[in-house]
Design a protein around this ligand. Structure first.
Ligand code: AMP
Length: 215
């Protein structure tokens, strides 16, 4: 199964991806996580992406498309969930071309819909482990020991792009550049609109019901 998760920053894409990949044994390909890995490793790609990411801007299409098509090419045959990619119509069109050349296509697009007030609360309260990328929230998903990762004890951080100021830029970019993808996909693929304002487990159950007939 090949799945794309669409949704504004803070819609819960990363959380839902974890549920989906576990149940269907798929590879989770998060463009944001892959970029953060490049940055942590100090690669040339990571250095190029840094300033765009910290200001909440999208990294240029050519950099992202090459990076993600390369990751997808190495994915196992069972399939994958794309999280955060594609984010522009150009990225989606280039992904389609790459898949078509292998006689493949995306099987389902999950469009997570969340109201903006909830998004801002989710993002500004988010804390991440710089070592293992585990995600916490200062109110809804607290670690066992305040400020430390449950898995490896690292000090939790707020992503530089999760501050209230940068969130506004990210939402604007989403509305202008990524939201049009929903219509792009509705013309040719199966798109499931998912109400993602609810608790994560309820959203998960909704998604599983939509995916069941495809599995
Ligand atoms: P995320 O973790 O998905 O919120 O991504 C963090 C940041 O990485 C974004 O704000 C962008 O700067 C960059 N990024 C991630 N995925 C993409 C993409 N598909 N296209 C452009 N920039 C991206």
């Amino acid at each position: 199964m090949r799945i794309v998760l669409l949704g504004a920053p803070g819609a819960g894409k990363g959380t839902q991806c974890k549920y989906i990949v576990e149940k269907y044994r798929l590879l989770h390909l998060s463009s944001g996580d892959i970029l953060r890995r490049h940055r942590a490793q100090g690669t040339a790609l990571g250095k190029k992406a840094q300033s765009y990411m910290d200001s909440g801007a999208l990294v240029p299409d050519d950099i992202i498309i090459d990076m993600m098509i390369d990751e997808i090419a190495r994915a196992p045959a069972g399939g994958y969930v794309l999280d955060g990619f594609p984010r522009t119509v150009k990225q989606a069109a280039d992904l389609d071309k790459a898949l078509e050349s292998k006689k493949q296509k995306i099987d389902a697009i999950l469009n997570l819909q969340v109201n903006e007030k909830i998004i801002v609360r989710r993002i500004t309260g988010r804390r991440i482990c710089p070592k293992c990328a585990a995600v916490y929230h200062v109110e809804n998903l607290k670690p066992r020991v305040d400020g430390k990762c449950d898995k490896d004890g690292s000090l939790l951080l707020q992503r530089p792009d999760d501050t209230a100021e940068v969130v506004i830029t990210r939402l604007k970019n989403y509305n202008e550049q990524t939201a049009p993808l929903v219509d792009y996909y509705k013309r040719k693929n199966t798109v499931f609109d998912i109400d993602a304002n609810e608790e994560a487990e309820n959203v998960r159950d909704l998604i599983f019901r939509k995916l069941a007939p495809l599995a």
